[in-house]
Design a protein around this ligand. Structure first.
Ligand code: NAG
Ligand code: NAG
Ligand code: NAG
Ligand code: NAG
Ligand code: NAG
Length: 396
């Protein structure tokens, strides 16, 4: 009886601690962030203020005052601090390039020779982020892929036919923002169920002088199983490719390092290329039920892309994963299209691994899902311990 009373006490103390920790509100030290008095704030003050406020987002969750202050200053920041603040902050770029340019020409804001970053999204969405992370995500619905002061990319992911959980990009929107001397605002919209348009929404395919356009849109058609449109933004040393394979879309972009950071500190949404998918949206592909693994391995290993390449690295894993979840052979071609983009943009990032992760662990090649069985037995154990604790309370 002594032992059970002790346990009883320990449980009461523990329960009290948990209750206190979760119930006492943590104060929101919003006053620690401040803006100089007045209505017309400078961009750098707004920027510092928003960063400070952002750092309090956890503590201030649910505080109406905090959220309204954040909303008001965010909209002020958006209105005021676009292209100009970026220009001022990157004055050495502008200084250098403007010297060699005529007043009326579009200035080169970034140098082709400086370092660039690559990001790609395709399939059941598989993401390769700017900093080289490889993720497979749920991300159903609309998501921001890239957002900076010059352009934005949005994707919409929808359920894949024949699968209750898998999704893939079915709509892509690229928005070129208005830039003095370089381009008007332009929109490029692609949908999985129709051919890729050969022009921006306004019917144009370029901007600037024909000899050296600041914006140009062209077709790349070296692969009969896919359609690809290339958008070049020469003033910011950026290339975007939009590809359609079957009903599914993919996107890749390579841009200067400076544009790969989330440019707007007040943006609440994850930008997939710079922040990756939220942890709650990420999928561990090794946990997928291994439907017809041998057949899918063979199909993906033996497939040859439009440039005569075989799939390697994550692109091989992703092909096998997509085939096991959807059985839709379009995904083999989609993997090759994405692989072609990597070979084109960032071949050095490949390790050329020819054995897939699904072959590393031959024991689990049947339809058993080892991790989730482990999870289930863990839940059983938890259940059991709950029952024991309740029993002890009743005994004491
Ligand atoms: C401006 O540049 C400074 C230093 O490079 C950086 O810390 C700051 O975040 C930049 N601000 C914006 C708005 O990009
Ligand atoms: C900026 O331009 C001035 C002349 O216009 C030049 O003297 C200076 O070296 C330039 N600075 C940089 C970082 O290019
Ligand atoms: C994949 O591409 C190959 C070669 O271009 C083509 O023959 C095949 O029909 C494509 N597969 C599907 C499912 O469209
Ligand atoms: C993998 O292959 C690509 C393209 O052929 C090459 O550029 C890259 O350096 C290779 N990577 C390694 C680690 O050998
Ligand atoms: C937990 O135990 C209850 C009854 O003791 C049972 O009905 C329930 O199915 C168990 N849950 C799991 C996940 O084992």
């Amino acid at each position: 009886m002594f032992v059970t009373t002790e346990i009883h006490r320990v449980w009461i103390v523990l329960a009290t601690v948990i209750a206190v920790c979760t119930c006492v509100p943590i104060s929101c030290p919003q006053e620690s962030c401040s803006l100089p008095d007045g209505i017309d704030h400078q961009c750098k003050d707004l920027d510092a203020y928003l960063k400070c406020m952002k750092s309090l987002s956890k503590k201030c969750r649910g505080e109406i005052g905090y959220h309204s202050a954040l909303t008001v200053s965010t909209s002020e920041y958006k209105k005021k601090c676009n292209y100009d603040s970026f220009k001022n902050n990157n004055s050495d770029h502008y200084n250098q390039s403007m010297i060699s340019h005529n007043e009326n020409e579009c200035p080169l804001s970034f140098d082709d020779k400086k370092e660039h970053k690559f990001c790609g999204l395709f399939g059941d969405p598989h993401l390769r982020t700017f900093d080289g992370k490889y993720q497979t995500c749920l991300i159903r619905g609309a998501w921001q892929v890239v957002e900076n002061l010059f352009f934005g990319i949005m994707v919409t992911n929808d359920a894949i036919l024949n699968s209750d959980s898998a999704t893939a990009p079915t709509k892509l929107t690229v928005i070129l923002k208005e830039h003095p001397k370089c381009t008007h605002q332009k929109l490029y919209e692609a949908q999985g169920d129709i051919h890729l348009p050969g022009a921006f929404g306004d019917g144009t395919t370029s901007s600037g002088p024909a000899s050296s356009p600041s914006v140009s849109l062209s077709w790349r058609s070296n692969d009969p199983s896919s359609e690809t449109v290339i958008i070049r933004l020469s003033y910011i040393s950026t290339i975007i490719t939009v590809t359609r394979v079957g009903k599914y879309l993919s996107i890749s972009t390579k841009l200067p390092n400076q544009l790969a950071q989330p440019s707007n500190p007040s943006n609440d949404k994850n930008e997939l290329c710079s922040s990756g998918c939220p942890v709650s949206e990420q999928i561990d592909i090794e946990q997928v039920p291994r439907n017809e693994l041998d057949r899918m391995l063979t199909l993906c290993h033996n497939s040859i892309g439009p440039m005569g390449h075989k799939l390697t690295d994550q692109y091989l894993d992703w092909c096998i994963y997509d085939m096991m979840t959807s059985r839709d052979e379009q995904f083999i071609n989609a993997s090759h299209a994405a692989y072609s983009d990597v070979l084109f943009f960032e071949p050095r990032s490949l390790f050329n691994r020819t054995v897939s992760i699904f072959e590393f662990n031959p024991k689990s090649t049947d339809d058993i899902n080892p991790k989730s069985t482990a999870d289930a037995s863990c839940i059983h154990r938890l259940n059991l311990s709950v029952v024991i604790v309740i029993a002890m309370f009743l005994i004491s």
